[in-house]
Write a protein that binds this ligand. Structure first.
Ligand SMILES: [Zn+2]
Length: 202
């Protein structure tokens, strides 16, 4: 019953996380009813893959610069403390820590967690890039802010072991964020305390 093109839009929207058939249909009808929104959205989506990519240095999201490079706003910020590097699982966790204001250094985004059950082993994590980042910044402390889940703890241990090869202090954020909880949804005060109360790995 739907025009083929509209049907296609609905189908594509359902591929987004948390968007079911009904929501997709609501979005699609809204876009049909608002041509300006549809055109603006289309134009920005078209440019997204070429203009926004992981930062060359830390894998946070970055917009392309005039020289064609992808460096995020954190890496471009010269007031940042290069001595402290915070390792997170995903970009949303970086954003949550930024909101807490508890970390003034730079970041490294792993992109995924170690997960033996899902077949994600150490070789799937960008550990080489992390070590290069640490050496280039001459960082003196690494804060591992992976979530307090089984996979998050396993990843933290792996990162600590790798970084130990460089003889650099590695600390783990304190508990406070509920076990199995998501950093992304922790409130700013809790997250700030977890970072302030970090403990060094043995
Ligand atoms: Zn960056």
């Amino acid at each position: 019953v739907l025009p083929r093109r509209l049907d296609e839009v609905v189908r594509l929207l359902t591929r987004l996380p948390g968007v079911g058939e009904k929501t997709a249909m609501r979005y699609a009808l809204r876009l049909v009813g608002d041509p300006t929104l549809a055109r603006d959205l289309g134009q920005h989506l078209q440019q997204l893959p070429d203009r926004v990519r992981p930062c060359e240095r830390c894998c946070n999201l970055a917009e392309i610069a005039d020289d064609g490079r992808f460096l995020c706003t954190v890496c471009l910020d010269t007031r940042r403390d290069l001595k402290v590097l915070c390792v997170v699982a995903k970009v949303q966790d970086l954003m949550a820590i930024e909101r807490s204001g508890a970390h003034r250094g730079r970041y490294f985004v792993l992109g995924r967690l170690l997960s033996p059950l899902d077949g994600v082993g150490p070789e799937e994590l960008p550990l080489g890039a992390l070590l290069r980042r640490i050496e280039e910044d001459e960082a003196e402390e690494i804060i591992v802010a992976t979530p307090p889940s089984v996979d998050g703890e396993a990843t933290a241990l792996l990162v600590a072991r790798e970084v130990a090869k460089l003889s650099i202090r590695v600390s783990r954020i304190a508990s406070g964020v509920p076990h199995g909880g998501d950093l992304e949804f922790a409130d700013q005060v809790t997250l700030g305390r977890a970072i302030d109360g970090r403990r060094q790995f043995d």
